[in-house]
Design a protein around this ligand. Sequence first.
Ligand SMILES: [Zn+2]
Length: 319
Amino acid sequence: MAPFVQTVLGRIDPAGLGFTLPHEHTQCQLWTIPERFDYWELTADEELVAAELERFRAGGGTCLVDVTLPGIGRDPAWLRGLAARTGLHLVMGTGWYREPYYPPDALVDRRSVAELAAVMVAEFEEGVPGSEGPDGARVRPGIIGEIGVHKPWVSAQEERVLRACGRAARATGMAVTTHAVLSPVGLRQLDILEDAGADPRRVVIGHADSYPVLDHWLAIVARGASIECDFLGMAFTPMERKGEPRVIELILRLLERGHVDRILLSQDVCDNSQLVFYGGNGYAYLQEAFLPRLRAAGVGEEEIRRITVDNPRRILSIG
Ligand SMILES: [Zn+2]
């Protein structure tokens, strides 16, 4: 079978993907989680989110990967409606986010690795139960993730989920994308995924820009996995607000060493404050601000195309 990308509206030829954001959210609610008392969420106002996405599309964007998982707001019907409305290719994730956010009905602490993997494989093969559209078709995921750990270590339940993801990746051909913040824990995620059967070339270690340490980035790409700088334009912490020159510096170091095929860029829009409407940098920050800075730092158009088009297309291509 020819390779395909599994979008929320069905399979497409990977050649149909141009500029792609590999790690975003169009829907997210964290304040509904027990023991979480802030009001972190991305509004379910379709009018507003569609207008925000239009900036990305108008700037040449074609595809966005929504890595919101069950328990924090994944909504297949929402994604299908948004894809139809915006004309963007949207790819949905599968799996479970990180331990404090595992939905009770996922029964992560009771099910075996094989049972958890089977849930993801079934979503891939048959679609998400209850997501039938007017034509009866279910929405299917096109990537595993974002799969996280809550701390700089992997908890027992998180290890179980990671092992299930490794198995599901091997069984389906989907790539795995992770949440690994402020620490080298992404290498541990990679160890577990690989041990469970995932091909490291199909693994993306996310949020690498929150741990801008060259040796760590090099250790990941040396294993064949990709590093993803996906907090670009984020401004919650001083480190995020002021850390971009350091991230650009490290990207240049990777490019010098020939690792252009192992770099992904995104913005992880996940809270209302990141929307342009509310004063944030929005979904078009790469096009409007970050890529011009990369160009100014000497990165050529060919390299930018490989990073923003070819790399996400390869990660999303199945089969
Ligand atoms: Zn994350």
